[in-house]
Write a new protein. Structure first.
Length: 727
């Protein structure tokens, strides 16, 4: 018997254990089609390809899913890699299986403009397939899991690429779907291949203390079982050690050794009903000293991924802190398998249950329809997938969960687009606050609206956090003010082309812009102008594509045309590398609150007694200034200037030894002048580092950011702006 035949026999035995009434004829038919299709193919390991198909089906069977899902898992690569077509699969196995197989097959590489753009399109396809049938992503995650289990046979380059993609995309998706068992294994496998030395070192050290750790868990477990029995609460207690990647992440973020990490294990109490969850919590807080601020009620306020439990951290009789999670058996099933738990033991789930489980995916897809910028897309994706959220309340006591960092505008649009569009102010906990006020868990938020409001400001697009709010604001401008948007977008596009020293008439020829229309799905050039006007896409994005098309046609970059600035407009150069319109001999200074550099969109602000101050166009201080419209003046960067400009970067990192030293070393290597550095470490182990550097332009900032992100522990870098009065 061949090895793959033995593996297939194991699969059948495993299915019989949880569902002896499965459709084994369907599964066997899928196996034979996959075997025929992949007969001549080998994996990188040298094994027959069919073994991969069987192993993916076994992962699906471990979730105890139905026969059609197992058949689809067996067939997941046949459309992409064999003679069989989607039509063949539909004819042989029906619509349901074909839909899943075709959905998985579409999640393959699409040759587009850039790697970032390619991945954005892949993720869109993934969410679109998920919105039709969630089992598509469950099969895809199973496929990725087996590929990660066999990654040692791939090249080092492939190992690094797949591991990064797994940590950035697949593990967060598994987490968002509540599939913690998938997430933890994916993270550990990616950790093993991405940082092999750190992985091996941590694994050896964990093994060294394994016996002592499990003795401690067993002792606490026995105490908890006694406590439950004495309190007449029927429950099951289990202990677990947290997975290696989560421990490593904590060591790096808190700059601690393994010996200094106390919460590397957790106890879990599983009871029969919700009432007993709270009884058990009361018993624990009566018998042990709880650590203040460490209690979380995810039963009353579930996480976005459906996770429900009570969390508390206690001190045992020996002074050792330990974490306890309390949940029901149903909550436990959902915590382990997430969205897949809805399909367990079922041949089909009802439409209401399916609709509920897919609602967030459909919503997110709807919000991303108008997102054409890759950076905005990834920021929105990060907010959706990563588990950083706040819980706030309406005045009636309804709970609304939002991404961490959301403000009152995000809250308003999460209630209803009409509330956001008519918003004129906000109260938090009974007090008036700015509409940009950042919300905290527990805040009670009241939105003040007015029927006379003209709607949101365009500046709100730069101030809101959620993709939901941003999409609804864009929809308002797209529907309500098309002509205004076209005019504003045209002005922005022409201004930016001229700022680059190029000729709009030369660049905006049909042979160049028609490909851009096709790429971004715009019917006409007017629609491009409209989208720029309401914030649907940036003028820089369009210009970049136009320049590429120009280069394809002419085999050279578009020529610089210094004379393109309209002759009717008088402009004057300043010593700061900025051109000011209509004001000769004008004193110009660069604002210290937002530190603009060439490449930034800028505005001039006429300051009393101090000439013109140049701000970034998105500077919060000018946007909030009531006299801005009256004092605004057009300014442009002088493209011939070689001046350097001071800019402040805010670096967020997991605190560790030599972090600042490594940052300064990089600046020295890159010959970047540093005028100041300030570091602050929070009690939770996160570091906030501000550096003041001299930079020529925005491209240099992007390049510096790219290199800084390679420094261990750094996870976010932002241009720093401070709030201040500008008059």
């Amino acid at each position: 018997m061949e090895e793959y035949e033995k593996q297939y026999a194991k699969l059948i035995d495993e299915i019989k254990l949880y569902n002896p009434n499965s459709n084994f004829d369907l599964i066997d038919k899928a196996y034979k089609v996959a075997l025929e299709g992949h007969m001549e193919q080998k994996r990188a390991s040298g094994e027959p390809y069919i073994i991969h198909c069987i192993e993916v089906a076994r992962i699906i069977a471990s979730l105890e899913l139905n026969s059609k899902t197992i058949a689809a898992a067996m067939l997941h690569d046949v459309i992409e890699d064999t003679k069989f077509t989607a039509k063949d699969i539909k004819e042989m196995f029906g619509n349901e299986v074909a839909l899943i197989v075709e959905g998985v097959s579409k999640l393959t590489n699409i040759p587009l403009h850039s790697q970032k753009e390619q991945q954005m399109e892949n993720i869109r396809n993934m969410f679109m397939a998920m919105s039709k049938d969630i089992r598509v992503i469950i099969v895809k995650l199973s496929d990725r899991l087996h590929n990660m289990r066999t990654l040692e046979y791939k090249t080092r380059k492939s190992q690094v690429e797949k591991s990064k993609e797994t940590l950035d995309i697949y593990a967060p998706i598994a987490h968002r779907l509540g599939m913690s068992s998938f997430r933890t294994e994916l993270e550990d496998l990616a950790f093993m291949h991405l940082y092999p030395e750190e992985y091996d070192d941590l694994k050896i050290r964990m093994e060294k203390d394994k016996e002592e750790r499990y003795n401690l868990i067993d002792n606490i477990k026995a105490d908890l079982e006694t406590d439950l029995k004495n309190s007449k609460i029927e429950g099951h207690v289990e202990g677990r050690v947290k997975h290696l990647y989560s421990i490593y992440r904590k060591m790096v973020s808190q700059n601690k050794s393994l010996e200094q990490i106390y919460d590397i294990f957790a106890l879990r109490i599983i009871v029969n009903n919700v009432k007993d969850c709270y009884f058990a919590l009361g018993m624990l807080h009566e018998n042990y000293k709880p650590i203040p601020g460490r209690f979380k009620d995810y039963i009353a306020m579930p996480k976005k991924n459906m996770y429900q439990s009570l969390h508390t951290t206690l001190i045992n009789k020996n002074g050792r802190p330990f974490e306890v999670q309390i949940r029901t058996w149903e909550m436990h099933r959902v915590a382990e398998f997430g969205i897949a738990a809805h399909w367990k033991y079922k041949q089909k789930i009802d439409d209401a249950e399916q609709s509920s489980s897919l609602e967030w995916i459909s919503q997110w897809m709807e919000w991303q329809k108008e997102t054409r910028d890759e950076d905005e897309f990834y920021a929105n994706l990060k907010n959706e997938l990563f588990d950083l959220e706040v819980f706030v309340f309406t005045p009636k006591g309804d709970v609304i969960n939002l991404p961490q960092g959301s403000n009152t505008m995000d809250f308003a649009y999460s209630v209803h687009s009409a509330v956001g569009n008519k918003m004129v102010g906000a109260k938090v906990n009974g007090k008036m606050v700015p509409i940009t006020y950042t919300l905290q868990t527990g805040d009670i938020v009241e939105i003040i609206t007015s029927n006379t409001s003209k709607g949101p400001s365009r500046d709100w697009l730069k101030l809101v956090k959620t993709s939901q709010a941003r999409t609804k604001i864009k929809q308002f401008f797209r529907k309500e003010r098309r002509e205004e948007n076209i005019e504003k977008g045209k002005e922005q596009l022409y201004k930016e082309i001229r700022r680059l020293g190029l000729n709009p008439a030369e660049l905006l020829k049909p042979q160049y812009y028609e490909k851009v229309l096709e790429r971004y799905n715009f019917p006409e050039l007017e629609d491009v102008m409209c989208a720029i006007g309401y914030g649907g896409i940036t003028s820089n994005k369009i210009i970049s594509r136009l320049k590429e098309e120009y280069k394809k046609h002419n085999k050279e970059e578009p020529k610089i045309d210094i004379q393109e600035v309209p002759e009717t407009v008088k402009t004057y150069k300043s010593s700061e590398g900025v051109i000011v319109r209509d004001i000769p001999n004008c004193l110009v200074r660069i604002s210290k609150c937002c530190n603009p550099v060439p490449g930034d969109d800028i505005v001039g602000y006429i300051t009393r007694g101090r000439g013109v101050t140049v701000h970034r166009a998105d500077c919060i201080n000018v946007l909030n200034d009531k006299e801005f419209t009256e004092r605004k003046i057009d300014v442009y960067w002088n493209i011939d200037s070689e001046d350097k400009y001071e800019t402040q970067l805010e670096i967020k990192a997991y605190d560790r030894a030599n972090l600042v030293t490594d940052i300064m070393k990089l600046l020295s290597e890159q010959k970047i002048q540093c005028n100041g550095i300030k570091a602050k470490v929070a009690s939770d182990g996160y570091a906030d580092v501000h550096i003041l550097v001299m930079i020529r332009n925005k491209d240099e900032i992007s390049e510096l950011n790219r290199k800084l992100r390679k420094i261990s522990g750094i996870y976010e870098i932002n241009r720093f702006s401070k709030r201040q009065k500008i008059r």
